[in-house]
Ligand binder design. Structure first.
Ligand SMILES: Cc1ncc(COP(=O)(O)O)c(C=O)c1O
Length: 417
């Protein structure tokens, strides 16, 4: 087999030009920021801009309630806070995610339990969720990772069967369709991040969506110190333990401009990502991004699976070709990335809620190597290619050319060694 010499071995790289840098903000953000400042009110409960932002999110998603927050972690904390967990209650979630999915469970004194990914997939396995359910389980948090919609039906069924709340973590999956419907609207609550790298961004920010008035009320209270702002007596009334996670008028101004264009952003990413997949579908030794049947991928990043190689080796060779590529995303299941989890380092030296009468679960067993073997395996084969809506078609073609060249070059080396 004759293959072109790889750049990592001294060959000529596919590309030397830098890729287009994403510029998410423009004139509309400036216009709305000016308007927000001129209103002289940036404080959420009185800000017209926050009200407009939340109305725009509700309309986009066709839901009754949207609540702006300061981050995606905060959005997830609103959702978990609304569950009213007792210490030691369990929430099942995915092992490939950001710590922002897990932190709220711990802060509510709950026990995060991780279900493995399905073999060869980045998506959580519903069968393993079933196996992990105990009488203490209260909710499931599904993560729509990288922008690929999770097949939600089995999780809805499990939630119905066991009376659990289903939370959708959509931080990486804006206006992402499954059978024509946006993820985030299937479960009880959808949570979104507006951190800098997300499809819609305010630098940091986020929001929750729901159609449930009770959950909406609880989330609103949780984000506002538990303060019942309706004047019911001369004294203030705080009904629940909450925090201050209120989005302000500046974030809302940028957020509104971003929400206005997020459909176009995702359509373009979908087009570019699918094009990349079509260009590399026949390349040996790799698998292009998985797209759930009936779904559309919004490509927060482009996940490539290297079947025949470790991701680190493949990614290094792709980078040498002038195409940015990372290996492994978070590297290990999230519970092996966090000392808080595998070391039980929660509150001071207490390990709470572990080693307490509230749970007999042991962090040393829940958060150990081997708990999610499929996840450990797939992360070793996951190459992360960056993709965004402002990229040119020619850049996608160079990405495909680099992937093809590296796969062929590495195959040729295998044959000759
Ligand atoms: C899947 C997922 N969940 C939660 C979060 C937390 O969001 P934030 O960083 O806005 O707090 C992120 C952010 O990267 C994420 O990707």
């Amino acid at each position: 087999m004759s293959a072109e010499r790889l750049a990592i071995d001294g060959g000529t790289p596919v590309r030397t030009e830098p890729f287009t840098k994403r510029k998410p903000f423009g004139a509309r953000e400036l216009e709305l920021l000016k308007e927000a400042l001129e209103s002289q009110t940036l404080f959420a409960p009185e800000s017209d801009m926050v009200r407009r932002f939340e109305a725009a999110v509700s309309e986009l998603y066709g839901v009754k309630y949207a609540i702006g927050t300061t981050s995606g972690t905060a959005a997830l904390h609103l959702a978990v806070g609304a569950l009213g967990l007792n210490p030691g209650d369990e929430v099942i979630t995915a092992p490939i995610t950001d710590m922002g999915t897990v932190i709220p469970i711990l802060f509510q004194n709950g026990v995060p339990v991780f279900a493995d990914t399905a073999p060869g997939s980045l998506a959580m396995d519903p069968e393993d969720v079933r196996r992990k359910i105990t009488p203490r389980t209260r909710a499931i948090i599904v993560v729509h990772l990288t922008g690929n919609p999770v097949e939600i039906e089995p999780f809805l069924e499990i939630a119905r069967e066991h009376g659990l709340v289903l939370i959708e973590d959509c931080c990486q999956a804006y206006v992402t369709k499954l059978r024509g419907r946006y993820v985030g609207t299937f479960g009880h609550i959808g949570c979104f991040s507006m951190q800098q790298s997300k499809h819609a961004t305010t630098g940091d920010g986020g929001f929750c969506i729901t159609n449930d008035p009770v959950l909406a009320d609880k989330m609103r209270l949780f984000s506002d110190k538990g303060w019942l702002r309706k004047q019911v007596s001369d004294a203030r009334v705080y009904t629940t333990l909450g925090l201050n996670y209120r989005m302000n008028g500046l974030q809302a101004a940028v957020g509104l401009a971003q929400i206005e264009k997020v459909r176009a952003v995702v359509e373009r990413r979908n087009e570019l990502g699918d094009r990349l997949s079509s260009l590399i579908r026949d390349v040996p030794g790799i698998r292009p991004a998985e797209v759930t049947p009936g779904g559309e991928h919004s490509y927060w990043f482009y996940p490539l699976i290297t079947v025949d190689w470790k991701a680190a080796e493949f990614a290094a060779a792709v980078r040498a070709e002038g195409v940015p590529a990372g290996a492994g995303y978070i590297g290990k299941p999230i519970f092996l990335c966090s000392e808080v989890l595998y070391g039980g380092r929660t509150y001071g030296d207490s390990n709470f809620p572990f080693n307490s009468p509230y749970t007999d679960r042991k962090y040393e067993e829940l958060y150990a190597p081997g708990v999610c073997p499929n996840c450990e395996d797939i992360l070793e084969h996951l190459v992360v290619l960056s993709l965004h809506e402002q990229m040119r078609d020619e850049e996608i073609e160079d990405m495909a050319a680099a992937v093809r060249k590296v796969a062929q070059g590495l195959k040729a080396k295998q044959v000759t060694t």
